[in-house]
Design a protein around this ligand. Structure first.
Ligand SMILES: Cc1ncc(COP(=O)(O)O)c(C=O)c1O
Length: 847
């Protein structure tokens, strides 16, 4: 409805000026000059200080770019509903480094005006509370954020994007009010973003940009005159009024389609304009709270969407648990064997056992389904049947060596996925017979060795120190740099995080440590966060580069930040973050922040890229901000599993991971890391591998592995059968290539590759597959590409048939990967995932 306006004379707000001093003109010229000089000097000092302590742009470090404001009605809704609404915003905000603000209606004196007015002083309040935040997004309570992948900056406020969204020359009050949105506005000049439904402007979800104009706008809107005017739709109609009568407001306004930030739940009319569709950013329940909305209940209407949103969140969580670096494989049967995979991913009976109903079922039903799922899991993982003998107590008399050897042979030959044939992504990095023989010999010579007793095993001490020295040299460590060897990448990362936390505690008194991670950084950092009480900030790694957004990292830095992290490369997409930019960020401040480079996967490839003639990028200690590096000798260093290194720029940093107990009754005790006793045999195996392969061997391997990765990339980007449907994520420089599809379901492709015996990795955010190329894969990459071509052609054909049969594009995915990762509305709630995951871990110890 389009209401009559109050007369312009009474409603016109005063033109906006910055407050002026009336005394200024009275000052004498000389005094003005002195004041100006002092002001400039103070300004210069403030500028310098802000650059030393701040995160650049004059914005203090740690400032959230966006503040989400939701005014809570604490009276009319259940506590549970209110908490869910808050959780929805909080989870989204955490993902993007935003802040949330949840004032209550009662916090603002409205003097009898309708409660909906509270959103205006709340927005103003948020601007005061977060003066440096760029955007305030006011989202009313009866709405949910449904697509957490979309950021406010990119999805809406990016000037180019905004320009493409703006509905120009559109009547402010539909269908045909005279005042229309301006046709020639530029995205960069917009300070207010709104949407419009078929009745008028919607104030339920709007964004304002920080600045004087926005304060003026909010103050104008909240004018007591409008509040007392008794508009039928209170603040909504007041908004329409000021937008139409004040060109200063209209000239800063972008009207965007509802689906961008304000889609409505229209029930069966969802296909109507403005109706919510899966993938939309926000869903709202308009009018559910109206006193005239008889029989409606906002919480009930929101319930299915709450479930869906949680399901999506859980899908991400789920992948955290089971991002097991393997795919979902029906293994490659080879002659005479029926291989049964033992990878974590393909043994989990998740798709059958759990579905979206898991969120509504009773406690009893859920327990039953989880235990059913775990039983299935056990049946797959733990051999049973009359032929299986289980040894659950010590044999009364020890077996003969011959008998043990026979049984070992049988155990080694249990059905397994054939990594030996090169069908497994990652997992086994070398596997050459000669090297394995040498490693076994090294084990034999040092079976009983334990580096905790260096006097008893001096050879092991020497080898361990030399392994660390060799790796330090590969990473161009400066003099004084140090390191330790560890049991694997996770151990190295844990130690680097512990060292950073201890450094901040001892040197700066930080008691609530925080670290800032690319969201693609290995989960070992999250483990460190949990083990060592370090708060984690995750920073998006957006397309097209898929590198961490360094500006966002900068914004999250605060006085509690103990560590920044970059990957070289990361596990999911094989992308090397912009380490030089992170290094600058870490070191260009009065008190530099430690920066860890995770080169666990890059290990012995990244340091040799240049010598092997490939493109590279700075990543090591030559960047002055880099203070620690993890490098896995047991990946592309080809050492036996159980070997890694963590390197530190200084001895002090290393000492922060030491454990020393000077007064134990068992004697003075000191160990460099978590473990006490350690296997000297593994250190010997590692040393032997490094010495046997040598620099030339690693350069050759780099040539083969990275060369093969490039051939796979070329096939995906150039082969006519692949390039039309697949695309490579970012620009991988090392051994991992991740690819996705815009036209086909990538999880169907993953499942079809599994059916052909390939053990690839399914990824999410975005849905994709990756291959981590190893030496065994370099022997069969052509088959990999040929199988991929056949699979893509098959999926394309299925798609064509679906369309011809009128079933629409992209049929429902049916395979394991699709069901687990496809987030097609069939994933379990979080507690179910946790129960199943711990059931899985229990199963590992079922004899
Ligand atoms: C980038 C990266 N960092 C750390 C790790 C953890 O290594 P580990 O499995 O040896 O603990 C991995 C493992 O794949 C990785 O890819």
């Amino acid at each position: 409805m389009h209401l009559a306006y109050p007369s312009r004379k009474t409603s016109n707000p005063p033109p906006y000026h910055a407050p002026r001093s009336s005394r200024f003109p009275l000052l004498r010229r000389s005094r003005v000059k002195t004041i100006a000089i002092i002001a400039c000097a103070v300004g210069a000092v403030l500028f310098l200080l802000s650059h030393i302590f701040g995160g650049g742009d004059g914005v203090p470090s740690g400032t959230p770019p966006v503040v989400i404001v939701t005014v809570m009605d604490t009276v009319g809704y259940s506590k549970e509903y209110q908490e869910s609404v808050k959780e929805n915003r909080l989870q989204y905000a955490r993902k993007h480094g935003y802040a949330t603000f949840f004032p209550s209606i009662g916090d603002y004196p409205l003097n009898g005006s309708p409660n909906s007015w509270a959103r205006v002083p709340a927005a103003r309040h948020a601007m005061t509370k977060y003066p440096h935040s760029e955007y305030i997004w006011v989202l009313e309570q009866n709405a949910l954020i449904m697509n957490p992948a979309l950021s406010v900056e990119e999805h809406i406020m990016n000037p180019k994007r905004l320009e493409s969204l703006m509905i120009k020359d559109q009547s402010i009050v539909p269908p045909d009010s005279v005042i229309k949105t301006f046709p020639n506005l530029k995205g960069e000049n917009i300070d207010l973003v709104l949407s419009q439904d078929k009745e008028g402007l919607s104030q339920a979800s709007f964004i304002i940009r920080k600045g004087e104009w926005s304060k003026f706008f909010l103050d104008t809107w909240f004018d007591p005159l409008y509040r007392s005017y008794n508009f039928q739709k209170a603040d909504a109609h007041a908004l329409e009024h000021i937008v139409q009568w004040h060109p200063t407001i209209l000239s800063k306004l972008a009207l965007v389609p509802q689906k961008i930030m304000n889609a409505y739940n229209l029930g069966s009319g969802q296909e109507q304009e403005g109706g919510y569709k899966d993938g939309d950013f926000v869903v709202r329940f308009p009018g559910c709270d109206s006193p005239y909305a008889q029989g409606r209940d906002c919480a009930k209407e929101a319930e299915p969407f709450m479930r869906q949103w949680r399901t999506l969140e859980n899908a991400r969580e789920l992948a955290e648990y089971f991002r097991c670096q393997k795919g979902f494989v029906k293994q490659q049967p080879t002659a005479g064997s029926q291989h049964r995979s033992t990878s974590q991913c393909d043994i989990l009976p998740l798709p059958d056992a759990l579905d979206a109903q898991g969120t509504t079922e009773t406690e009893g039903q859920r327990t039953l389904r989880v235990s059913e799922a775990i039983t299935k899991l056990q049946a797959k993982l733990v051999p049973s049947g009359p032929d299986v003998v289980r040894y659950l107590t010590l044999p009364k008399e020890g077996w003969s060596a011959e008998d043990v050897s026979k049984e070992l042979e049988a155990l080694a030959n249990m059905d397994h996925t054939r990594w030996e044939d090169g069908f497994v992504s990652g997992a086994v990095y070398h596997g050459g017979d000669e090297l394995m023989k040498l490693q076994t010999e090294a084990f034999g010579k040092f079976t009983v060795a334990n580096p905790i007793h260096p006097d008893v095993f001096p050879g092991v001490r020497k080898m361990e120190a030399e392994v660390v020295a060799m790796v330090l040299a590969m990473f161009n460590a400066p003099s004084g740099a140090t390191g330790v060897s560890t049991s694997g990448g996770t151990d190295s990362i844990l130690m680097a995080c512990l060292s950073a936390r201890q450094k901040a505690y001892h040197e700066r008194g930080v008691k609530e440590p925080e670290m800032i991670l690319p969201e693609t950084a290995h989960t070992a950092f999250r483990k460190a966060g949990e083990y060592f009480g370090i708060k984690i900030h995750l920073v998006p790694c957006p397309a097209p580069s898929y590198q961490v957004d360094v500006r966002r990292v900068a914004r999250l830095i605060n006085s509690n930040t103990v560590l920044l992290v970059g990957s070289a490369p990361n596990f999911p997409h094989g992308i090397i973050d912009d380490i030089p930019a992170l290094s600058k960020l870490a070191s260009n401040r009065r008190k530099p922040i430690p920066l860890h480079v995770d080169c666990c996967l890059g290990s012995f490839l990244v340091p040799f890229l240049e010598k092997a003639g490939f493109e590279t990028t700075p990543f090591d200690f030559r960047l002055k901000g880099v203070t620690s590096i993890s490098c896995d000798t047991h990946k592309y260093g080809f050492a036996p599993k159980g070997n890694s290194t963590v390197l530190y720029r200084t001895a002090t940093l290393r000492s922060y991971q030491y454990f020393i107990s000077p007064d134990w009754s068992g004697g003075v005790y000191a160990s460099p890391g978590i473990a006490g006793s350690r296997p000297g045999a593994l250190i010997a195996g590692c040393w032997a591998s490094l010495m046997n392969t040598g620099e030339a061997g690693y350069i050759n391997a780099c040539n083969e592995i990275v060369g093969c990765t490039k051939k796979i990339i070329d096939a995906i980007t150039e082969n006519p059968s692949l390039k039309s449907d697949l695309y490579v994520l970012g620009k991988p420089l090392v051994s991992v290539v991740a690819f996705a599809s815009k036209s086909l379901d990538i999880y169907d492709i993953a499942d079809a590759m599994s059916a052909k015996g390939w053990h690839l990795n399914s990824l999410q955010s975005p849905p994709a597959i990756h291959v981590a190329v190893t030496l065994p894969i370099t022997k069969v990459w052509e088959k990999l590409v040929a199988d991929l071509v056949a699979v893509v052609e098959g999926e394309r054909e299925k798609e064509r048939v679906r369309i011809v049969e009128g079933k629409g594009a992209k049929g429902k995915s049916v395979g394991d990967s699709a069901a687990l990762y496809g987030v097609a509305g069939s994933l379990p709630n979080k507690s179910v995932v946790v129960e199943l995951a711990s059931g899985f871990l229990d199963t590992l110890y079922k004899a």
